[in-house]
Write a protein that binds this ligand. Structure first.
Ligand code: 3H9
Length: 696
């Protein structure tokens, strides 16, 4: 038998113990071992029941995702589960940790299920672009009814043992050792003389309006298709005999396995985990962090402070006056109240944090004890330099000095201190206590343990941290500036902001670029444009409509108007009727005859600009690997997860046609559309961006 399964006996009970760390994924060896174990138990004299139990962290985390895309090896999971369920012996699952996907499906194939109270179950296949493919869509609704089963499958969320018990998924919850509990439960069942209880033999549940459910779930998925297909599989469970239902599930599972969405989702799954693994930091110990300082209590600073407080860190917030300090405290208080409402902290913890863990000061000298300080003041190099001079004066030796700048040169800031090796960028995204992305910006002189501490802090705060090098805008904002420029050019040439937003929202972005600009505040881009103009950096076709909007006091959602009018609330946007005339005035002034753009052309140009700049960012070493860009866009810029990120998307659509597009656009504007050397090289060598990820 495979060494992944240990076979043992406890009287008339055979025990199959799964040993496949870290999370007992159902790899080929595990499936084979379980199959052999069932054979052995059935052939073993005197055995009347089988217990399946996991060792280590989990019962099973599901099918082995690393095997997807490779030729499947027998025994296939659905057949194995049918084989377990059909056993003449009584089969019991004892669950702990997680039982996810195929893991829960194995449990559903057992005749009885017991778990510890901390266990969690779920069918998260939709997060991989799939549906449950080993009987989950057929067995779960027989236990829970259609509605609950669809909720579990289409959200992919993990449910606690208590809820799973309520839903009829788990029969018994008992604290203690899963193996001992399982043996005791199997013995009790044998003594009670209960019979086998295959879920497949239970009656199917009542039907629902399948088409309506399919349409509603499809609309919610913003282009992602797998959740809606769960509905069709469950429909088969209700309408067809069990074996036919299983076949229908299998077909949908296989069809989804062939999709780009499955590729994108699985790329996202592994990249999310790989992004924080930097070979150069493998043996580097981060510095200890317990107490952080935050300079500036505006939206960003208050968000950073909130994230740190929620992670259990002490925070000293510095503001310039008692009034500004109070306003910062009020912002943090509001953020923390939101965390209470969402059940993240208790009201008692909320009060405790505000009275003991947060200190608001107006004097730099009070920062002498902090382990790390993050500056989140106005985006102006001179202001930042003054702040860093003060920090250099007061902070203890070894304290890390971080800037939350989103554009400015970290090396220049570091050079104004006596300790440039202790300086780095920690670029949070607003609201910082909600957004998952953190760019860890590594300067020329940043010490490795300072970088490692940036990543350690990101982990503490529950962020996805991406290493970025120094350049204007780092990874994310630099790429954003380029695809925004492509969008702005299309506007001058004839597209409207609303056509562009709609096209990109149809592509899967949470929001189009103009809706995003309204949310972030149009004053941010205005300040950047003014800075660039002052540096003599004037675009060839100098549009002014965005500046005109700002001059009239329209900064987007926060002032109620921007590209859209938000009079009916932030979610009920309607185009601001003043915007198109401003754009038309620009076109007239610049002598441009507008032309029509299809949604397809909008997406092609926008994505070509995004991929080209992303390739430059990787080629220049600003991002270490293509996956670092992909995760930046996914977690900071609303890129659809099911497309895997811009460079995974590029691999899927093909690099050569993309390069051809870029070259054809370069005929209009050779500077802006200059092809990235890395993209040209990959096309010439017939390689993909993903090939570069594999190099580590
Ligand atoms: C399925 O079951 C299909 C069936 O319906 C039908 C089949 C026919 N496979 O996340 P972590 C690795 S689809 C392979 O850092 P945590 C992971 O990459 C599957 N590897 O830990 C990482 O490796 P490394 C449905 C897996 O404690 C290491 O384990 N199941 C798998 O934060 C630790 O993971 C899912 O979608 C896997 N299934 O979270 C569950 N799972 O150390 C996906 C994990 O080299 N997994 N690894 O970076 C999870 O949600 C989380 O990993 C889990 C642990 C909650 C289990």
């Amino acid at each position: 038998m495979s060494d992944k399964i240990a076979y043992s006996r406890e009287g008339d009970i055979a025990i199959l113990t799964v040993r496949n760390p870290p999370v007992n994924a159902l790899s080929h060896a595990v499936r084979q071992g379980l199959s052999d174990g069932m054979d052995q138990a059935e052939a073993d004299d005197g055995v009347r029941a089988v217990l399946i139990v996991g060792e280590g962290r989990a019962f099973f985390a599901g099918a082995d995702i690393t095997e997807f895309g490779k030729p499947p090896l027998e025994p296939h999971l659905p057949d194995l589960i049918n084989r377990i369920e059909a056993s003449p012996l009584l089969v019991v699952a004892s669950m702990h940790g997680v039982s996810l996907g195929g893991g829960l499906e194995v449990a559903l194939g057992c005749h009885y299920r017991i778990s510890v109270p901390s266990a969690k179950v779920g069918l998260p296949e939709v997060h991989l672009g799939l549906i449950p493919g080993a009987g989950g869509t057929q067995r779960l609704p027989r236990l829970t009814g259609v509605e609950a089963a669809l909720d579990v499958m289409t959200t992919g969320r993990h449910i606690g043992a208590g809820k799973a018990h309520e839903l009829g998924i788990i029969d018994v919850i008992k604290d203690g050792d899963p193996k001992a509990n399982g043996i005791a439960y199997a013995r009790q069942l044998l003594e009670e003389g209960v019979s086998r209880r295959p879920v497949s033999e239970m009656d199917p549940p009542a039907p629902i309006d399948w088409d309506a459910a399919f349409d509603t779930i499809l609309a919610k998925g913003r282009g992602q298709i797998s959740p809606a297909w769960c509905v069709r599989a469950v429909q088969a469970a209700v309408e067809k005999p069990f074996a036919e239902g299983l076949k229908a599930e299998r077909q949908i599972f296989y069809d989804l396995m062939q999709t780009d969405q499955r590729q994108g989702m699985i790329h996202s799954f592994f990249s999310e985990r790989a992004v924080g693994n930097l070979p150069e930091l493998k043996d580097v110990n981060p510095r200890g962090i317990q107490h952080i300082g935050v300079i500036g209590g505006g939206t960003m600073g208050a968000g950073i402070a909130t994230a740190a407080l929620l992670a259990g860190l002490e925070v000293t917030m510095l503001e310039m006056s008692a009034e500004a300090g109070q306003a910062a405290r009020d912002r943090i208080e509001r953020n923390l109240s939101g965390a209470v409402k969402r059940g993240r902290i208790t009201p008692k913890q909320h009060d405790q944090i505000l009275t003991h863990t947060l200190v608001v000061v107006t004097n730099y000298d009070k920062l002498q004890d902090v382990d790390l300080v993050i500056e989140a003041v106005f985006e102006d190099m001179e202001v930042k330099k003054k702040v860093f001079a003060e920090l250099d004066r007061v902070c203890k030796p070894g304290a890390i000095l971080a800037s939350n700048t989103s554009y400015l040169n970290i090396d220049e800031i570091a050079a104004t201190t006596s300790r440039p090796s202790d300086v780095l960028g920690l670029h949070f995204f607003s609201p910082a206590h909600v957004m998952k992305l953190l760019e860890v910006v590594v300067g020329d002189k940043t010490a490795p343990d300072v970088t490692a501490t940036g990543f350690a802090l990101g982990k503490m705060l529950g962020k996805i941290s991406v290493r970025a090098g120094v350049c204007d805008g780092f990874i994310g904002n630099r790429i954003l500036a380029t695809y925004r420029t492509a969008a702005d050019q299309m506007i001058l040439d004839g597209a409207s902001p609303y056509e562009i937003d709609n096209a990109l929202e149809d592509f899967g972005f949470a929001m189009g670029p103009f809706a995003v600009a309204d949310l972030a505040g149009l004053d941010i881009g205005w300040a950047v444009r003014k800075r660039k103009r002052a540096e003599g950096n004037v675009p060839k076709r100098d549009a002014t409509y965005a500046d005109t909007l700002c001059e009239q006091g329209h900064f987007g959602q926060k002032t109620g108007k921007g590209y859209y009018d938000y009079a009916a609330g932030p979610k009920a946007r309607v185009p601001n009727p003043d915007v198109l005339p401003m754009i038309e005035a620009d076109r007239a002034r610049l002598g441009i005859t507008p032309r029509a753009f299809t949604h397809e052309e909008i997406v092609r140009r926008y994505m070509a600009a995004m991929v080209n700049e992303s390739a430059k960012v990787v080629g220049e070493g600003i991002a270490r690997r293509p996956l670092d860009v992909d995760m930046t866009l996914l977690f900071g810029y609303g890129f659809p997860r099911y497309r895997g990120g811009p460079l995974k998307w590029a691999d899927i659509v093909g690099l050569e046609p993309l390069l051809n597009d870029i070259k054809s656009y370069a005929a209009e504007d050779p500077d802006f559309w200059a092809p990235a050397p890395l993209l040209e090289q990959l096309v010439a060598e017939n390689k993909t961006f993903d090939d570069l990820n594999k190099k580590g």
